[in-house]
Design a protein around this ligand. Structure first.
Ligand SMILES: [Zn+2]
Length: 264
C-alpha cells in the first residue's frame, strides 16, 4: 500500500478516536473517507465502536456499499449512508454519521440547529431536516436500504450536514480534518444554542457572517492547531504526516486511546 494511502487510513482511524473522545461518537456512529485516487470507492471501519478503531479495522467499499474483498468481520448496517452520499456529492471526501447527545434534542424536537457563534458557522445555515417516516413509514429508524440512503442524500442536498428525525445527524467534508472540525463545532454550537435559549431567544449569525466565519475552521493554521489539540486529547499527539514523524510517535499514534482528557 502506498505511503499516502497508509497515511489516509491512519488519519481515518484517528478521526474515529478523536470524534469518540470529543463526545460526537459513542458505541455507535461511523466515519468514512473516499478513496483519494478511485472516486468510486470509499474506506469505512468494520463494525466496531469508534473509540477502538485501528488502521487494521478499515475496509474498502464500492459506492454501492459492497465490500471490495469479502470480509471475515461484521460491517456497519448503516453504511449505505456513506455510499449514497458519495454517489450524490462528488465534492464530498469524508462522511460522519452520529447520534451525539448535543444534537439529539434538536433531532427529537424537530427544531433547527442554526449557527449561533463564529465556529458554529462550520455547520452552515438552514440545515435540512430528514424524516425517514415521510417516505418509508414505520421502520426501525436505521438507514440500511439503498433507497433510504438515497433519500437522505437528497435531503442533504448541497448542505454540510443534515439532521435526522429522532435518530441523529450526518455531516460531510472535503477532507477528514474539515469533517472532524465541522462535526465537533456543530455539537458545540448545538450545546450553546440550547443553553442560550434559557437566557432568551438566540439569533443566528447573519448570512455574510456564516460565510466569513465558516472559513475560519478551514484556515491551514487553524486546521493544524485543532487537529494537534484533539489528537493530544486522544493520546496520539501527531500533526505531521506519517512519513515525517519519528518512529516512536507513530507507535503512540497506533496505541489504544487513553482515558485521560475525556469529556464523557
Ligand atoms: Zn444511526
Amino acid at each position: 500500500m502506498p505511503d499516502k494511502l497508509k497515511d489516509l487510513i491512519e488519519e481515518l482511524a484517528l478521526a474515529n478516536r478523536i470524534l469518540a473522545n470529543e463526545g460526537v461518537l459513542d458505541a455507535f456512529g461511523h466515519v468514512s473517507v473516499r478513496h483519494p485516487s478511485d472516486p468510486g470507492r470509499y474506506f469505512l471501519p468494520r463494525s466496531r465502536s469508534p473509540a477502538l478503531i485501528e488502521p487494521g479495522d478499515i475496509l474498502e467499499f464500492t459506492l454501492d456499499s459492497e465490500p471490495v474483498k469479502p470480509p471475515k468481520v461484521l460491517m456497519y448496517a448503516e453504511r449505505v449512508i456513506h455510499g449514497c452520499i458519495y454517489q450524490a456529492r462528488p465534492d464530498v471526501m469524508a462522511v460522519c454519521h452520529h447520534h451525539a447527545p448535543a444534537i439529539m434534542p434538536f433531532a427529537i424536537a424537530g427544531k433547527p440547529i442554526m449557527p449561533v457563534f463564529h465556529l458554529g458557522a462550520a455547520g452552515g445555515e438552514n440545515m435540512p431536516f430528514w424524516d425517514q417516516h415521510d417516505e418509508f413509514g414505520d421502520t426501525n429508524l436505521l438507514v440500511v436500504k439503498p433507497e433510504e440512503g438515497q433519500s437522505l442524500a437528497r435531503a442533504l442536498g448541497q448542505h454540510p450536514a443534515v439532521l435526522m428525525n429522532r435518530h441523529g445527524a450526518t455531516v460531510v467534508g472535503s477532507t477528514i480534518k474539515e469533517l472532524v472540525s465541522r462535526s465537533i463545532f456543530m455539537c458545540q454550537n448545538a450545546e450553546y444554542q440550547l443553553r442560550a435559549l434559557m437566557l432568551g431567544t438566540p439569533a443566528p449569525l447573519h448570512h455574510g457572517e456564516v460565510e466569513l466565519a465558516g472559513a475560519i475552521s478551514r484556515l491551514p493554521n487553524v486546521v493544524t492547531r485543532t487537529w494537534e489539540y484533539w489528537s493530544a486529547r486522544v493520546g496520539a499527539a501527531v500533526s505531521a504526516p506519517r512519513r515525517e514523524r519519528p518512529k516512536a510517535v507513530r507507535t503512540v499514534a497506533r496505541a489504544a486511546p487513553k482515558g485521560k482528557g475525556r469529556r464523557r
